[in-house]
Design a protein around this ligand. Structure first.
Ligand code: ATP
Ligand code: ZN
Length: 220
């Protein structure tokens, strides 16, 4: 009797801020990654593992649903994807992709605390995280969701304030906005599926996680 052995899948960002470091981590863990014949899938030649290369926004769902066994994604994206259904479990922070989700306002807006946003309109790409933050503080504000270019919203009078990812603050400054409040500190995390892999792959999964942990801790 023979059984056909499946393959583990790791979801990584295809291109963008996390893409290179994610691939580095996989390689440093001893996986020899080779390009497949399509862009979506890279193969690991020394283990039965594939890398699924997708938009970061798709990674939490793929891992939560068991389409992928592991994933590398920003905590900001993971938090925003929480929907009350099954969720991916965070294994460990990875020490890269650091950024902060901040509320920022133009100089014309007097800001003392989140209550200053009461009744105002706030533009963001993270409506769920922002809603939770405001609800916890009993602030009622209108949230307008924008996919990008959030920082131009105040100038265009689309919103009085924004809630956006910041790393150096240069983009805020260039748009005449000042950071006032931290909503979330984020970095890339390794996540695993709540759905177990097929039994024959469990040991491999555990050992890959262990090796990635070794790589991360050696980077201190
Ligand atoms: P995709 O095409 O995969 O959807 P994207 O445009 O949503 O890409 P990137 O700009 O590549 O995303 O950012 C990916 C992640 O990098 C962010 O979700 C965040 O976790 C992290 N990150 C680190 N620094 C920053 C920053 N200054 N601005 C935005 N994201 C940052
Ligand atoms: Zn994205």
């Amino acid at each position: 009797m023979s059984t056909v052995q499946g393959r583990l899948r790791i979801a990584v960002q295809k291109s963008g801020r996390l893409a290179d470091r994610s691939l580095d981590l996989v390689r440093d863990a001893g996986l020899r990654v080779v390009k497949g014949n399509n862009d979506l899938l890279y193969r690991v030649e020394n283990y039965p593992i594939d890398l699924l290369r997708v938009r970061d926004d798709d990674i939490p769902t793929f891992v939560a649903d068991g389409v992928c066994d592991l994933g590398i994604v920003g905590e900001n994206v993971l938090e925003e994807a929480r929907n009350g259904g099954p969720t991916a479990e965070v294994i460990m922070p990875l020490g890269f992709g650091r950024c902060t989700l901040k509320i920022a306002v133009p100089p014309t807006l007097a800001y003392d605390s989140p209550a200053s946003l009461e009744g105002l309109r706030v533009a963001t790409s993270y409506p769920k995280i922002l809603r939770r933050f405001l609800d916890e503080r009993n602030v009622r504000a209108d949230i307008v969701t924008m996919r990008g270019a959030v920082e131009v919203a105040p100038r265009l009078k689309l919103a009085s304030a924004i809630c956006d990812l910041v790393s150096t603050g240069a983009t805020l400054e260039a748009n005449g906005l000042g950071p006032r409040e931290t909503v979330l500190e984020s970095q890339a995390v390794l996540i695993r599926s709540p759905v177990a892999p097929e039994p024959g792959l469990q040991h491999l999964l555990d050992s890959i996680i262990e090796r990635m942990a070794g790589v991360v801790s050696s980077q201190g």
